[in-house]
Design a protein around this ligand. Structure first.
Ligand code: CO8
Length: 262
C-alpha cells in the first residue's frame, strides 16, 4: 500500500505511563502545516482522554524540533481565506490539554517551532538547540503566541531582541534565560531525559498534577488577586480527594503513598 507516513508518530515510555509524540516530516525539517497540526491535535486529544497516559512528551528530530510554520503553505495565502478558515486558530489546541506536557527540543526550534515548544508546560533542550523567531526575515511576525509567551518566559527586552533581530538563542542560553527549564548534558538524549522527568510526574496523583498545571496556567491570565483566589480554592478542593488523605497519612506513617487518582 502507499499509505502516507504519519506526520506525528506515537509511542510510550517503558513504564507505559508517558505518551511520546514525535513530529515526523523530516524532509521539510518538520515544517508545521495544517495537516500536521490536525494529526497532532488528534493525538493530543487521544492521549488526554486515555486514562493510562499520565504525562506527554512532545519532540521532533535530533537535528530539528521544527523549522517553523510551512512557508510553502503560507506563501500565497490571502487575508480573506486565512480569516475565514481561522488560519492558526486551531494550532493552539496543545495549550488546552490538561495533562502535563514536556517539550523535548534538540536542534532548530524556529518560528512556529519555538512557539509550539512554548505551548508545552516546560521545555527540556540540548545545549546546542537553537531557538529563534525568524518571522521578521519573511516580512511577518510570530503568529503562534511567540510575542506573548516569550515575554512571560524571558522578559520584554529579550523577547524584543528575538522578535526584532532574529537572534538565535542556544540551548545553553535558553536555560539561563528560563526559556528552557532543563538543559541536558552534551551527548545525552533529550527524549530520554524528558521521559525521565515525565515519568517522575506520572508517579504522582493525576488530580494534584492537573490542578497544579491549572493553577500555574491561571497566573498567565488572571490578575494576582483572582489567581490567588483560584489557587486557594483548588487547594481547598483537594481536601475532598482520597489522594490528599493518602499522601498525608503516608507521610505521618513514614511510608510511600499509593495514589488512586481519586
Ligand atoms: N517551511 C517549509 N519548508 C521548509 C521550512 C519551512 N519553515 N524549513 C525548511 N523547509 C524545507 C526547505 O524548503 C527544504 O526543502 P527542499 O528540500 O524541498 O528544498 C528542506 O526543508 C530542507 O531545508 P534547507 O535546505 O533549508 O536546510 P538547511 O539545513 O540548509 O537549513 C534551516 C535549515 C536554517 C532551518 C532553514 O531551512 C530555514 O531557515 N528554514 C526556515 C526557518 C523559518 O524561517 N521559520 C519560520 C517560519 S514562519 C513561522 O513559523 C510563522 C509562525 C506561525 C505560527 C505557528 C504556530 C505554532
Amino acid at each position: 500500500s502507499t499509505q502516507a507516513e504519519p506526520m506525528v508518530l506515537t509511542s510510550r515510555s517503558e513504564s507505559g505511563k508517558v505518551a511520546i509524540l514525535t513530529l515526523n516530516r523530516p524532509k521539510a525539517l518538520n515544517a508545521l502545516s495544517t495537516p500536521l497540526f490536525d494529526q497532532l491535535n488528534a493525538e493530543l486529544e487521544k492521549a488526554d482522554a486515555d486514562e493510562s497516559v499520565r504525562a506527554i512528551v512532545l519532540t521532533g528530530g535530533e537535528k530539528v524540533f521544527a523549522a517553523g510554520a510551512d512557508i510553502k503553505e503560507m506563501k500565497d495565502k490571502q487575508f480573506a481565506e486565512a480569516y475565514k478558515n481561522n488560519f492558526l486558530g486551531t494550532w493552539a489546541k496543545l495549550a488546552d490539554i490538561r495533562k502535563p506536557i514536556i517539550g523535548a527540543v534538540a536542534g532548530y526550534a524556529l518560528g512556529g517551532g519555538c512557539e509550539l515548544a512554548m505551548m508545552t508546560d516546560f521545555i527540556v533542550c540540548t545545549p546546542k538547540a537553537v531557538f529563534a523567531q525568524p518571522e521578521i526575515t519573511l516580512g511577518i511576525i510570530p503568529g503562534g503566541g511567540g510575542s506573548q509567551r516569550l515575554v512571560t518566559l524571558i522578559g520584554k527586552g529579550r523577547a524584543m531582541d528575538m522578535v526584532l533581530t532574529n537572534r538565535k538563542v542556544s540551548g545553553v542560553e535558553a536555560g539561563q534565560w528560563g526559556l528552557a527549564s532543563r538543559v541536558t548534558e552534551d551527548g545525552q538524549s533529550v527524549v530520554e531525559e524528558a521521559v525521565k522527568v515525565a515519568d517522575g510526574i506520572a508517579k504522582f496523583g493525576v488530580v494534584a498534577a492537573q490542578a497544579g498545571k491549572e493553577a500555574v496556567n491561571a497566573a498567565l491570565e488572571l490578575p494576582l488577586a483572582q489567581g490567588l483566589r483560584l489557587e486557594r480554592r483548588l487547594f481547598q478542593a483537594l481536601f475532598a480527594t482520597a489522594d490528599q488523605k493518602e499522601g498525608m497519612a503516608a507521610f505521618a506513617e513514614k511510608r510511600k503513598p499509593t495514589w488512586t487518582d481519586n
